[in-house]
Design a protein around this ligand. Structure first.
Ligand SMILES: [Zn+2]
Length: 427
């Protein structure tokens, strides 16, 4: 987009004079941001930092120092020999009257036997004045996630922002330690340690949200992460969060902690009590209540199933009582024989052989229906439903619900003999 306004022209001019800091960013990030991994099998470790191998004996508690390059590695059990890491990193600078946030995409490729390759490109800059006016300088992001292309130039700024999206804001996982922020942001608690929110989101949210400000100043980034998307959890459990802050209780796994609070809540435990809210071993406490809940659910499920079986048994008994009147009913014209389905097994067999739903849809449960099977010798021709209230044939279905050439004859025969059914019914 061509700069048009006075502000855009000034930002475009200043932006083009910013020094290239890509190598500075890589030098910092490859040691401080990217994960240093060693892939381990039983016989060897591959250091992904230098590509060389060493013996598994050097691993202690899932960590090891590579004897070739001295990197401290996190060891993962895997046969993998390659790895790729992608992240967004940022640096805050002050340029004339602007707070500038420069965002970079970093990609690292790791491969056994070789050194890693790093690629970095600057993709977005925020230029923000103290009065809140701002501009965005960025690559084009036409395709959304990861679809950055073109040159750094003035772009439309769209409000509302989280993570990398087409809103022209980027969530940087880390900021370079040499970042410089204006005092007004420092006062909000924003500095190079900011996590869980993009700079823009933080700068826009904190002035209106004392909770966000409290969390940010306490550096509780694990909870800030919940502000967007799961804000209700922060609000709902704010008293418990304050207890954590007061007790300096570190929440290692926030999602597990929120799950745990939900369970505490369900069992009416005191959410203002550090004994419950700040468990020494979160996983153990969490698992205790999960197990308790699971037991309850299983009990309820068992009861439900028992109820169901009881209901089914009752329904079967009712059916058998109803059908007992029709035990010896036979309608015939000497070729066709039409007899009732007299048991649940009869229904199942009829449904299986005729490939229709007389059994699966539990037609035997229909109090006002009499289900008949029309046959020639042992061959099933059609299944007939008679409405016992109106004494009319409701339907007659052949295999796969198709009509047979006997269709009209069957309906005629049943209709002609409806008196037989009436007699049984009133007997
Ligand atoms: Zn190494």
């Amino acid at each position: 987009m061509k700069p048009r306004t006075k502000l855009q022209l000034r930002v475009a001019g200043l932006s083009s004079q910013l020094p290239n800091i890509e190598s500075l960013m890589i030098d910092w990030a490859k040691n401080e941001c990217l994960k240093h991994i060693g892939y381990a099998t039983k016989s060897r470790i591959i250091c992904m930092e230098c590509g060389q191998r060493f013996a598994p004996e050097l691993v202690k508690r899932k960590r090891a120092v590579c004897p070739h390059c001295d990197t401290s590695l996190k060891i993962e059990q895997s046969r993998k020999r390659i790895n790729k890491q992608t992240m967004f990193i940022g640096k805050a600078e002050i340029c004339e009257e602007f707070q500038v946030i420069r965002s970079f995409e970093l990609i690292a490729y790791y491969r056994a036997e070789t050194k890693p390759r790093y690629y970095i490109r600057e993709i977005l800059q925020h230029w923000i004045k103290d009065d809140g006016n701002r501009e965005v300088v960025a690559l084009a992001n036409n395709m959304g996630f990861n679809g950055w292309c073109g040159e750094l130039e003035i772009r439309n700024k769209v409000v509302g922002s989280y993570y990398y999206n087409h809103n022209n804001d980027i969530y940087c996982e880390r900021y370079h330690p040499a970042s410089v922020f204006r005092p007004k942001y420092i006062r909000m608690g924003i500095d190079c340690k900011l996590r869980g929110m993009s700079f823009l989101t933080a700068a826009n949210t904190i002035p209106h949200s004392p909770k966000a400000e409290t969390l940010l100043k306490a550096r509780r980034y694990e909870l800030i992460d919940y502000f967007e998307g799961h804000r209700y959890k922060i609000d709902k459990y704010w008293p418990s969060i304050k207890i954590c802050l007061r007790n300096k209780y570190q929440i290692k796994d926030a999602s597990m902690w929120f799950d745990y609070l939900e369970l505490l809540d369900r069992y009416h435990k005191d959410l203002h009590n550090a004994f419950y809210v700040c468990p020494k071993n979160l996983r153990k406490a969490h698992d205790y209540y999960v197990a308790k809940r699971k037991k309850e659910q299983e009990k309820a499920e068992k009861e439900r199933r028992e109820q169901e079986m009881l209901k089914q048994k009752e329904a079967i008994n009712k059916f058998l009582e109803r059908i007992s009147k029709f035990q010896d009913l036979v309608i015939t014209d000497n070729q066709l024989t039409i007899i009732p389905l007299k048991s649940i097994e009869d229904f199942k067999e009829e449904g299986d052989k005729m490939h229709h739903c007389v059994f699966t849809n539990e037609y035997w449960k229909r109090e006002n229906s009499l289900i008949l099977s029309a046959r020639i010798e042992d061959k099933r021709i059609e299944t007939v439903e008679v409405n016992l209230k109106t004494l009319r044939v409701v339907q007659s279905q052949g295999v796969l619900n198709h009509d047979t050439k006997y269709h009209d004859r069957i309906i005629g025969l049943v209709t002609k003999n409806m008196n037989l059914i009436r007699q049984k019914l009133t007997a």
